[in-house]
Design a protein around this ligand. Sequence first.
Ligand SMILES: Nc1nc2c(c(=O)[nH]1)N[C@H]1C(S)=C(S)[C@@H](COP(=O)(O)O)O[C@H]1N2
Ligand SMILES: [Mo]
Length: 359
Amino acid sequence: MKPRFRSRVHDERVAARIGLWLGITFGLCFITGLLSHGIQNPPGWFTWPTRPVSLYRITQGVHVISGIAAIPLLLAKLWSVYPKLFGRAHILERGSILVLVCAAFFELITGLFNVAQNYPWSFFFPTAHYAVAWVAVGALLVHIAVKLPVIKRALKTPVSDEPAPGMSRRNFLFTTGAVTGTAVLATAGSTVPWLRDVSVLAWRSSNGPQGIPVNRTARAAGVTRVDPQWTLEVIGPRLRSFTLAQLQAMPQVEAELPIACVEGWSASARWTGVRVADLLRSAGADPMSTVVVESLERAGKYRSSVLPPNHAADELTLLALRLNGEELDIDHGYPCRLIAPSRPGVLQTKWVSQVKVMS
Ligand SMILES: Nc1nc2c(c(=O)[nH]1)N[C@H]1C(S)=C(S)[C@@H](COP(=O)(O)O)O[C@H]1N2
Ligand SMILES: [Mo]
């Protein structure tokens, strides 16, 4: 039979090199994804530090950027190896590759839709994305183990080209790198401030009142009007309640802290408000406590969040009353919202009504 795929890009040297980059991006994406999952569903042994204040912003930025970079790499890898997919590989090997490719595409595509804040499916994104991540990484490890001899050999052989039709290996690898770099530059500005001007697809980086994007608006959350009689309840060994004027009369702390949304955008801002630790002390509680923060929002998955003890006690964990020097916009959580260092945006509860000590 005449060989149909003579191009040099369908070659183990190319496949192994792209595979190496792909392995690195998937590894980074998996580890940062596990961290994000752990912070949002912490097992008993897990504590996430409050410093540096941008730690979560960085790990989640790496998660989204490595995921974006993996998309062109995966396509290039498939292009490089697809003639082999029709070859005579063992049924088990083919099966594991099919699982790997499906799981990898599922992760990258659902992740991409999530960054675009578009949920054209009925399953709950975090659960599905997390479960399939284990499938993808399991299949990836099997694939690497099976291919290790080929990978070693291929990476040791230089990519230099002998005359043959089609694109050279070097050009193909260079083009793959360039497309990957472009995809990263086009999107990374949603979390890397100095890339904002070149990131044409980072559409969620700066729109929104007071210079900060809004994830769920007050209208969407059904909090269009705040009762003038609003008070903040603090429930500890003693029960305290504070009017807005009373909160404003307490010692105010100013902090530069990021909002880092799990959906990939992040932005730093100057917040002013009352220390959660001060409120807890006023209710007779030890600030090193697990604390539940509740919102005026009636329904909705993100209407409350749990502050672990190290976050509750941190001197930069605030119930913010002001943002970038102005009274909080209602879309950012007026009359007050939680803002804590190194924490996913989804746990920075807006329109807070109650702070309650659990243990
Ligand atoms: N009550 C409540 N608080 C909430 C949310 C919500 O849906 N309801 N969304 C969270 C999410 S996902 C993010 S990223 C941040 C965004 O804050 P911002 O809209 O002020 O930028 O608010 C968080 N606080
Ligand atoms: Mo978010």
